[in-house]
Write a protein that binds this ligand. Sequence first.
Ligand code: GLC
Length: 765
Amino acid sequence: MFGKLSDYTQDGQIITLHYEKQTAYLHVLTDKIINVFVPYYTKDHRSKAVEGNKEQQVSFTLEKIMSGEDRTQNTDSYTADSARYVLTTPSLSCRIYDDFKLDFYDKDGTLLCADYRGSRTPRFAISESLIELIKMEGHNVDVKTGVDHPVQCVKTLDKADCIYGLGDKTGSLNKRHYEYENWNSDIPDPHEDSFKSLYKSIPFFITLKEKGVYGIFYDNTFKSYFNFGKENNDYYSFGSDNGNLDYYFIGGDSMPDIVAGYTYLTGRMPLPQKWTLGYHQSRWGYDSEETFRDIAGQLRANRIPCDAIHFDIDYMERFKVFTWDKTRFADPKTLLSDFKKQGIKAVTIIDPGVKVEKDYDMYEEGIACGYYAKTPEGETYINAVWPGDAVYPDFGKPEVRKWWGEHLRFYTDLGVAGIWNDMNEPASFNGPLPDDVVFTDEDRPSTHAEMHNVYGHNMAKATYEGWKKLTGKRPFVITRACYGGSQKYATAWTGDNQSLWTHLRMAIPQQCNLGLSGMPFVGTDIGGFGADTTPELMARWIQVGCFSPLFRNHCAKGSMNQEPWLFGEEVLSIYRKYVELRYSLLPYFYDLCRVCEQTGLPVIRPLVLHYEDDINVRNMNDEFLVGESLLVAPVVDQGVTKRLVYLPKGIWYDYHTHMEYQGGEYYPVDAPLDTCPIFVKAGAIIPKAPAQMYVDEIPDPDLILEVWQGEGSYVHYRDNGEDFAYRDGAYNEYLCENKGDHDLVIQKLHEGYKDYPAIRIEYIS
Ligand code: GLC
């Protein structure tokens, strides 16, 4: 397809490779990140994920390879004679061949990632007639493997390679042997392992090898396909229906290094407001002022700490966004200010679909300005969502984002504290939007086919920017649909799960992979959205959910209510215990958010992120880390009250009993219904807060430092938890050093904010 490499030209850190039939580019962005670009579709990148110039000055070399020299280092499957050049940075090298084959090596010369040279040979194929026969019994036959995509890349797989990331995809932590698609989808059926796509398109994955690791970010917004060795165990592929071949090869010494590289490129989650890390109560179906007051009252009466109640679509007048139903809510402003007095914030849902209705300002204004997506013939495109016939704001246009953002004043004026963007895949009830519906990509007309996967991203961006301008505070925006880089604008939940044990189990790998994919502030609907939860499932879900950065109980209209007080005294007290645990750990969670903004490391982490050389954790689906210090091994199966826990190397302590364990072993651990096994790494310092019903109920609480046996150091962060003053230095940072034997030394690394009234040190021994 590319032919022979005739020569190259170099402009700064961009190398243009002139092949017989096609021009390709390599851009050395940092010593660890190289962009690979073939402009099939547009001349430039037009990335929605990578904003701003990410090039750092790197000294690299580009040398011609002599064929004899190459022969010793080349992969078995490729003839050495065609090797042409080697590009070497301080951390990586890339060998460049004819036909635009590229092989990446680490700095020691170990091969990390080679382009696959053979022909694609699916390991499974069946005849058309057999497919027909199988379908007759109603089976869904899906043998699409082996299909070449207009844009694609095929790379070799080694036997031990494990693959992680790719956002919110279903199934297990390790994506090896599975295939997926990126096409943001709102599918209410129970999400199973065989689902190819869910709500988010985050085309980033990490390949962990027996020795070595790398990441690839495939920046293409068209419908994309990822086959991680399902088609053939010797190779994996990624490709799309259209667009450019535009990917970033990310090298590094460890998995955290790769995550840091990816989030350097696509951005990191800005610090959230502190209250957003508290507990949120929600239900689709709370539909009157009376119900909301009752829920707030019950939360407080039952002593369940809570910071926010969510208003689902029922608050609107006939599902019209930017309206509030006056018949069911006499005075939303007073309701919200009464909530405020109780320490409860309101978060309102806003969907993108605007009802087609004469004299409805959002509709009329948007039509007059040409702000909605159009048919190829130039008519406003209409589909249907909750309000019936609806039109779709063209969020790819900067002026539409601005307009939408300004309208958010409707909510800020009422005292709303955060926005929940839903249905922004975008969802449509009248069949899928055709590929050729006209959307805009900033300054040029585009299509639904190209903009679909970034629709939610652009909506979240509009909301984030508008809210920031209106309030000056750190915006709290939740989104369902995402693309790579959405972490800069929004937190996300995993959409419409169900009250199923399989979905509780899936919550762990799903949140871990979202975290590895740059989205740290995530959560599942606790208790399950669809179907009916059971008391036991509820008790176990809160034990997982209390560690999710986004901590929200939410469920569907038509399913059984799942407020915590509806399951009897035992479940209520278990529920309270874990919400209280979360509130006590809020300073730790907040510190983790700070780490995240600095390094891209997520809050919830798979064990493999910190113990990548330990083969026992490469497929660990039912344990996770919270930061580096806490290991959670919840029960995710019905009826189970004892489970095996694997602890990685080092010494660990049972959080509840303080019993000591030597890592590198499996242990049977008791886990009665009220106990979620939690372990603390030796030497850990855990910052904690005193008991509160909501964040800052005690205006300036003391800090509690829980100091565990062993040695370790920890940086604790403190600021006003609300606005961006910290970016101008209004924060404190404390270096805490645990020297063992009840000796803790605290040193201030940065002072720009007030100190704690008191720091209480609790030694655990
Ligand atoms: C979608 C959302 C869900 C919400 C419902 C009604 O199904 O995923 O969270 O409750 O719409 O707005």
